[in-house]
Design a protein around this ligand. Structure first.
Ligand SMILES: NC(=O)CC(=O)C(=O)O
Length: 288
């Protein structure tokens, strides 16, 4: 399928998935049921998003155990591809994967399927979640994962969609590159926590949206206080003026948003920062 990067109104659904257990098959079956539920709703989404690592609990110990190769026979790929085709929707699913060639590195990857069930894009989390806030949270994804090395987007019949995963949202450069590549919407499957969630989850999405005057969405797992990692939840869609269009609470839910290109046009016309950038003053900030 070849698409122009035309921007047309569409409907987006974020599945804030709960009931994640130790059984990958059960998690996949539940995720599938939730995709079917979202697709059958009266909101009729064109694009459905699942959270980061939706097929497993989140944590170091789990990454290698639940990882799969990105190939048609893999359990998660099969489910995602089949349900995208069955529901005739675009689908973004975040999970852990092995690289199939060039070593056995593990990546935190999200894969994208078109309504024919074809795998059309993938994004490997570029910035690994390595933080240490004493007394609050220490996490080092780099102990088990390798960072991706590319920016990624995909074209649909309604928009160009840029991809990031969770911690990637903290890096304005990645979002700005996607914006300059013509993306209208940025999607980040993510799983912030009880320390950084209240501090930065909304702030970062609104910041990336207003920096780049586009739509930003983050899709989290539901909070499970019996799990090792307590996700913040609050899956959210933000418009190009940095208004929050929709926000989940912390429990399992599906939230829907109408993505209206007119909001992007009026934001860009009213505050034309995209035309006012002074690349003569800051040609390449990475060199500073
Ligand atoms: N889990 C992440 O990758 C990121 C996160 O929780 C944060 O940036 O905060």
């Amino acid at each position: 399928m070849a698409f122009s990067s035309k921007f047309k109104p569409f409907k987006l659904a974020l599945i804030q998935l709960g009931n994640v257990t130790a059984s990958k098959s059960d998690n996949l079956a539940h995720a599938r049921d939730m995709v079917l539920k979202a697709a059958a709703s009266s909101r009729k989404p064109d694009l459905i998003v699942l959270p980061e690592c939706f097929n497993s609990p989140y944590g170091h110990a789990h990454f290698p155990v639940y990882a799969e190769k990105i190939e048609p026979e893999s359990e998660s790929i099969k489910m995602l591809s089949t349900v995208a085709k069955e529901t005739q929707t675009w689908l973004v699913g975040g999970r852990c994967s092995y690289r199939t060639r060039d070593g056995e590195n593990l990546y935190n990857t999200c894969t994208v399927y078109n309504p024919n069930g074809d795998l059309v894009a993938k994004h490997r989390k570029v910035h690994l979640f390595d933080i240490d806030i004493p007394g609050k949270i220490t996490f080092k994804e780099s102990e088990t994962l390798t960072g991706g090395t590319t920016t990624n987007f995909f074209d649909t019949e309604f928009a160009r969609v840029g991809l990031g995963i969770c911690y990637d949202i903290r890096f304005p450069e990645l979002a700005m590159i996607s914006a300059r590549q013509g993306c209208h919407v940025l999607i980040y499957p993510g799983a912030f926590n009880m320390t950084t969630g209240p501090l930065h989850w909304e702030l970062l999405q609104r910041a990336r949206a207003v920096d780049n005057q586009l739509f930003v969405a983050m899709c989290s797992p539901a909070r499970d206080l019996t799990a090792g990692y307590h996700a913040w939840g609050h899956s959210m869609v933000v418009d190009p003026m940095a208004n929050v269009l929709v926000e989940a609470a912390d429990v399992e839910d599906i939230v829907y948003a109408d993505i209206d290109p007119a909001l992007m046009e009026s934001a860009r016309a009213g505050i034309p920062v995209t035309e006012q950038r002074r690349f003569d003053v800051y040609p390449d900030v990475s060199q500073s």
